[in-house]
Write a new protein. Structure first.
Length: 244
């Protein structure tokens, strides 16, 4: 068997432990789905599954990530949205997850722990729905493979300047914030194809003109209420030229 998908109900911890002891050395890849299970801590039986490649623990009551989970070096996808994890609940050895390509942390963090910036294989990073706001360090530039960044609903008043170092970024989501100005530095995002700016306070969109690869632009809820896609994006660029 090459891949197993496990969905745990409220009374299967014993079954899960038995499954691990029987098959942990014979399965190449395991996907674990544990969403909405009222889990308060990550059970040791999960950590024992060394071949886990994807864990979905969204919408539980987990307060911290155990250091043992950071030894699961085959892990590629980790979803921890809507838990009770703070910045302090992320251990330093989280950086050991060097194969991680997708990380979703819509949790209670105000600053990004430095260990996150060491996950240089990351292609998708979601930090949405964080009411405490998000603060980056210049170390964000280390995530050179990042293609998708979600910062929707994070109480941002401006574009974080550190994101302009992410030249491989294809999709940027900044919806439902309080951003009023698009800085000229956005022209550095030369690979950007999808930009979500709905429900902000933006009026001037001229700085977007250099983004020639842009294929999808959502400005709904900014006064114009316009959504552009690959079928009409050229009209958007033409409108900017007409304003010059």
């Amino acid at each position: 068997m090459a891949k197993v998908f496990i969905s745990q109900d409220e009374q299967c911890q014993t079954w899960l432990s038995s499954f691990v002891s029987l098959y942990k050395n014979t399965i190449d890849s395991v996907v674990l789905f544990l969403k909405y299970k009222n889990i308060q801590e990550i059970h040791p039986s999960i950590v024992a599954m060394k071949n886990l490649t994807s864990i979905d623990l969204r919408c539980n009551h987990i307060k911290e990530i155990p250091e043992e989970l950071c030894l699961m070096t085959q892990l590629k996808r980790l979803y921890l949205d809507d838990n009770l994890i703070s910045s302090e609940g992320i251990p330093d050895n989280f950086s050991n997850l060097t194969k991680l390509t997708h990380l979703s942390l819509a949790i209670r963090i105000k600053h990004i722990p430095e260990c996150i910036y060491d996950l240089i294989s990351l292609e998708t990073l979601s930090l949405s729905n964080n009411e405490g706001g998000i603060k980056f360090s210049d170390s964000l530039s280390k995530l050179t493979n990042l293609k998708e960044l979600n910062l929707g609903d994070t109480r941002l008043n401006s574009f974080p300047i550190q994101i302009f170092h992410l030249s491989s970024l294809i999709t940027l989501n900044l919806k439902n914030n309080s951003i009023s100005v698009i800085p000229e530095e956005i022209s550095r995002l030369t690979s950007l194809e999808n930009l979500h700016l709905q429900f902000n306070k933006i009026s001037n969109i001229q700085p977007l003109k250099p983004l020639t690869k842009l294929r999808s632009l959502n400005l709904h809820g900014n006064g114009e209420n316009k959504i552009y896609n690959e079928n009409n994006i050229q009209f958007f660029f033409q409108s900017l030229e007409d304003e010059d």
